[in-house]
Design a binder for this molecule. Structure first.
Ligand code: GTR
Length: 439
């Protein structure tokens, strides 16, 4: 036993000295002068060198870029998984017409993620504001700690899925406890959103893929293998792809729920969920607006900048997130045929919002802004306002053109300030008259 432990310690020591970035995640570069020089792939130049000059040609370049992200970065979603679109069965398992002191009607909806009755399920928590005429727009986003974490209400089901450990007793043995109720309410200001006339839909991201390196077996991915397949191919989806797929399946359900304006669903996500959000918004044109909050590396931040998290570091710490092919670029970022500005461009002409936090250097706020700026030519080609600026604005100066942006003071988080901007951005782009907004 002791010998075993010695071997293990030696192994860990070797690992620490051989895996770059493993010693200290913060051995990253935070010096702007050392962010490096790079040439971004031009959004308007095809791989064969042809330059796109008209909006009519964009769909061809768009398809090329989408395919490159699927092939090299996030992995393809298998066609067997796409075939179920809109055909999976769901049921409303609870309904509370006077939730949150009568502010909203709350529903818990269970969606089967395969066509087997005993297969995996995804639980949607949906609030629709009471007393509104006609269907309402909805903010849809995944949560990190189970649906019970976004509200203090005692009668919302506690997620029974695997959950990342927590040292405050809210998650014990990788399962949420009653103490996890409301643990994320600061990131989910339900009252503010509902009073502004929007519904809220959320899902625990772990319903699709448990977020750990061995999570594959318990994810939805094996349910969509080809006959005889034992693992995803190097160009097939990982956790980010599975989370993105779940967002679209939630939209399939919202399309069938009375009271929801499914043509005005605003997809939002923070950090790793923000990365999946951008990928979902890029693939699924039904999302009306897409919001990335502090999504960083693999999200809105340019990969070619050596600042904060890098491709090598993200693939090392989270080997399950991206397609296997993405690991080819660990030390070869310049050969990556895309960069993250092109991911944002895939959302065009729909409004996209990139939010950053000044102290969140790991996510590279400037790289996130430059990602937004890099998407601008596509929006302008399509006749939209794009970002409309070239220099990064100072703190708390939100940009609300078709590519929205803000950088706020503070840390990696979702705050009321962020939500105020998201709601304002949605009000502007969904053209909601003041009378339909705050009550
Ligand atoms: C970090 C990771 C980031 C970001 C973040 C989060 O550890 O390096 O890319 O996703 O987690 O999701 O909070």
């Amino acid at each position: 036993m002791a010998g075993m432990r010695t071997y293990l310690s030696i192994f860990i020591l070797i690992l620490l000295f051989t895996v770059p970035g493993a010693q200290n995640p913060n051995n990253a570069n935070y010096d702007e002068a050392k962010a490096g020089t790079y040439r971004l792939p031009d959004p308007l130049v095809m791989r064969n060198g042809h330059r796109i000059t008209t909006a009519g040609e964009w769909p061809v370049r768009r398809a090329e870029i989408l395919d490159l992200f699927a092939q090299e970065v996030y992995g393809r979603t298998p066609s067997s998984a796409m075939a179920v679109k809109g055909r999976l069965t769901f049921e409303t398992v609870s309904r509370q017409p006077a939730a949150l002191d009568g502010l909203a009607t709350r529903q818990e909806i269970t969606l089967r993620l395969t066509n087997r009755a005993d297969g995996p399920r995804m639980n949607i928590l949906l609030y629709l504001p009471n007393g509104r005429k006609g269907p309402v727009p909805v903010f849809l986003g995944m949560n990190f700690n189970g649906n019970q974490s976004v509200t203090n209400e005692p009668d919302v089901a506690i997620s029974s899925a695997w959950m990342r450990a927590d040292n405050e007793g809210r998650v014990l043995n990788n399962r949420a406890t009653a103490k996890s109720r409301g643990m994320a309410i600061s990131r989910w200001p339900l009252g503010m959103i509902l009073r502004s006339g929007y519904g809220v839909a959320t899902i625990y991201y772990g319903d699709l893929y448990p977020d750990h390196a061995q999570g594959l077996a318990d994810s939805i991915i094996p349910h969509y293998y080809q006959p005889g397949q034992r693992s995803p191919g190097p160009d097939e989806w990982g956790a980010l792809g599975a989370w993105a797929w779940g967002m679209s399946r939630c939209l399939d359900v919202l399309e069938k729920i009375p009271g929801v304006n499914s043509r005005q669903v605003i997809l939002h996500g923070h950090s790793r969920i923000g990365k999946a959000t951008l990928w979902a918004g890029a693939q699924d044109p039904r999302f009306a607006i897409v919001i990335s909050n502090d999504s960083g590396e693999g999200g809105a931040a340019l990969a070619r900048r050596n600042f904060g998290e890098t491709i090598e570091r993200i693939n090392t710490a989270f080997p399950h997130w991206f397609a296997g092919n993405f690991k080819k670029y660990n030390r070869e970022v310049d050969s990556l045929p895309v960069d993250q500005h092109l991911l944002l461009a895939l959302i065009a002409p729909r409004p996209v919002y990139v939010a950053s936090a000044a102290e969140d250097l790991w996510a590279d706020p400037r790289g996130e802004f430059l990602g937004a700026r890099g998407a601008d030519p596509v929006y302008r080609l399509l006749g939209r306002s794009g970002l409309g600026i070239t220099a990064m604005p100072g703190l708390h100066q939100p940009v609300t053109t078709t590519i929205g942006h803000h950088i706020r003071a503070g840390k990696h988080d979702v705050t009321d300030y962020d939500w105020e901007q998201f709601i304002n951005f949605a009000n502007i782009h969904l053209k909601r008259p003041a009378s339909m907004r705050k009550r």
